[in-house]
Design a protein around this ligand. Structure first.
Ligand SMILES: *Cc1c(COP(=O)(O)O)cnc(C)c1O
Length: 393
């Protein structure tokens, strides 16, 4: 049998410590490795597999579109692109869409939009306030926006123009604002940073500060959007509407699709200001439409809210039972279980032995982000595995 992991170490750039598992197939919340073993997937493509693996609606949309038109160029109009844009606008507080291919590209687009806004409306202001412990992507600019120095240091110098302040600290945003500020960019819940939920009232205060000072409020909803938090968009939880929103991950259900959404007033790009060869291509756009349409038609956000509550309840049971557990964070199907010690990796490895895939989001925490279609029974199955692991320690 081919040793794919051996071949990877020979041919692929060595930049990721991978779990020793070669996944060859998926269906719903289950995946199979090359030895035929089955696993329950609570990583879900880092919160991208919204509909689960091989969902028929997504598979047939891709198959049909592939047989019709995969790519022309953005010098022409194409139907799937307009359809996805319309669907996103009609189901959000935003008015215009630009489609791209990833989360980093969506954030990059939002940053460029904020810079154009600063040039046109704020006397050339170009500085963007972002949060410490945030995550905005891996391109140089999104790495600069990310408030975690270890992502930036290997690539310095990174693009200038980002000021980092502690999350959940409104006063820090006030003091960081100056004549050169054009925008504030935040995640409605910090995902990669360990699932950090905003304090009551924080986003509201930031919103009124942006209004008062003519700043754009950008929400990076790459991880929190498309039903993940139990609403179609994360901003709906606080009711705070952003001027600009970046989406990706769950938007394509596993297919690379990203989007920058903006209110009419904030959509200040001029012709020629931004573009993409693949962005909004018919194949990806058809996939995005199938995903969003299914999420809405099947009322998945409500399902996520319900099963998410069940997950929270079950995780609090572990918190009560085991002194090793420090806290439960998050909501919907973006939650973390944090420990007093750095045993996230150990729990993840033990879970793998018991056929459960988990993500160690911090050395001391594991993150749950299964497909949105996960059932209460599958959540019980996963939590029972963690219970068993903690009991055996
Ligand atoms: C994953 C993520 C990104 C980057 O998305 P890519 O598709 O990996 O480029 C940006 N912002 C947030 C909040 C993310 O979770």
């Amino acid at each position: 049998m081919t040793d794919w992991q051996e071949l990877e170490s020979k041919y692929y750039m060595q930049l990721l410590t991978r779990v020793p598992l070669t996944i060859v197939r998926g269906s719903g919340v289950d995946v199979w490795d090359d030895q035929g073993n089955q696993y329950l997937d609570f990583v879900g493509g880092w919160a991208s597999d919204s509909l689960g693996h091989s969902h028929p609606a997504l598979v047939s949309a891709i198959q049909e579109q592939a047989a019709t038109l995969i790519l022309t160029s953005n010098q022409y109009f194409t139907v799937p692109q307009v359809e996805l844009a319309q669907l996103l606008v009609e189901n959000s507080c935003l008015d215009r869409v630009f489609l791209c291919n990833s989360g980093a590209e969506a954030v990059e687009g939002a940053v460029k939009l904020a810079r154009r806004f600063g040039k046109k409306r704020r006397n050339g202001a170009g500085e963007i306030i972002t949060a410490l412990n945030s995550f905005h992507g891996r391109t140089l600019t999104t790495v600069a926006a990310t408030g975690q120095p270890h992502y930036q240091e290997p690539y310095a110098p990174v693009p200038a123009g980002f000021v980092h302040v502690p999350y959940n600290d409104f006063e820090a945003i006030k003091s960081a604002t100056n004549d050169n500020t054009c925008a504030v960019m935040l995640e409605p819940v910090q995902g990669e940073g360990g699932v950090i939920v905003p304090d009551e009232g924080y986003l509201e205060e930031v919103r009124s500060w942006c209004d008062k000072n003519g700043l754009l409020l950008i929400f990076d909803e790459v991880q929190t959007g498309i039903g993940r938090l139990g609403k179609l968009w994360g901003y709906e939880l606080s009711g705070v509407e952003p001027d600009v929103l970046a989406s990706a991950k769950g938007l394509g259900g596993g297919v690379p699709v990203g989007a920058v959404l903006a209110k009419e007033d904030a959509a200040v790009f001029d012709f020629g200001d931004h573009g993409s060869t693949f962005g909004g291509n018919p194949l990806a756009a058809a996939a995005g439409t199938a995903v969003v349409q299914t999420v809405i038609n099947e009322n998945l956000p409500e399902h996520v809210a319900n099963v998410g509550e069940h997950l929270t309840k079950r995780l609090y049971e572990l918190d009560d039972k085991y002194p090793a557990v420090r806290e439960v964070r998050g909501m919907g199907l973006l939650q973390a279980l944090a420990f007093h010690e750095e045993i996230g990796g150990e729990v993840m490895e033990e879970a793998l032995k018991r056929s459960l895939l988990l993500n160690r989001v911090r050395p001391d925490a594991i993150r749950f982000m299964p497909p949105l279609i996960v059932t209460e029974e599958q959540i019980d199955q996963a939590v029972d595995v963690i219970d068993e692991i903690l009991k055996a320690r």
